[in-house]
Design a protein around this ligand. Structure first.
Ligand SMILES: [Cu+2]
Length: 178
């Protein structure tokens, strides 16, 4: 039950955030939505994952999975999160304290851009250090803070590993995989 509540919370709040600003999915069939979500992670993970979708402000479970992963699209960007990453996303969106756990997120389809300095930016501005990252995975939470040696600059090179939102409670490692 806890996991479901966290999922719901993260979903409600993820929609309309830094992950993406485009592609309202209202006209996409559930079948096409599932196909797009499948691009977020390796097929053997997605195959057994729970797939959820926002319908207005309600969360719909399109497929109840048998593994720990939750896959979804937030504003057109597919991703698969483990339970700790769901907690991390919840903390981020509610401006809550940083989690002391480590989570993992697949975003193999890439994203459509985010500010690297404002975790809650709604879009690109002249000075919010917009960065668009291709196929990548993310390490979020405690371990990301304990892994030194990654660039922590406002203007990131998204073709190489970097820290997104450096210095904030939600800083995390962005790791390109292609
Ligand atoms: Cu990402």
């Amino acid at each position: 039950m806890k996991a479901i509540l966290i999922t719901s919370c993260a979903l409600v709040t993820l929609a309309g955030t830094a992950f993406a600003q485009t592609s309202p999915s209202g006209t996409v069939s559930d079948q096409d939505y599932m196909k797009r979500v499948m691009t977020a992670a390796p097929s053997q993970i997605v195959a057994d994952a729970t797939v959820v979708r926002m319908n207005g402000s309600t969360m719909e479970t399109l497929k109840k999975g048998t593994n720990e992963w939750t896959c979804m699209e937030a504003n057109g960007v597919p991703m698969c999160l483990d339970p700790n990453a769901m907690e991390w996303a919840h903390a981020w969106q509610t401006h809550g304290p940083a989690i002391d756990k480590t989570g993992f997120i697949y975003m193999l389809a890439g994203d459509t851009g985010a500010s690297n300095t404002d975790p809650w930016a709604k879009g690109q501005t002249a000075d919010n250090h917009w960065v668009q990252t291709g196929s990548h995975v993310m390490i979020v939470g405690a371990a990301a803070k304990a892994m030194p040696g990654y660039p922590r600059t406002a203007d990131a090179d998204p073709t190489k590993p970097y820290v997104m939102w450096p210095g904030s409670p939600y800083e995390h490692l962005m790791i390109p995989v292609k």
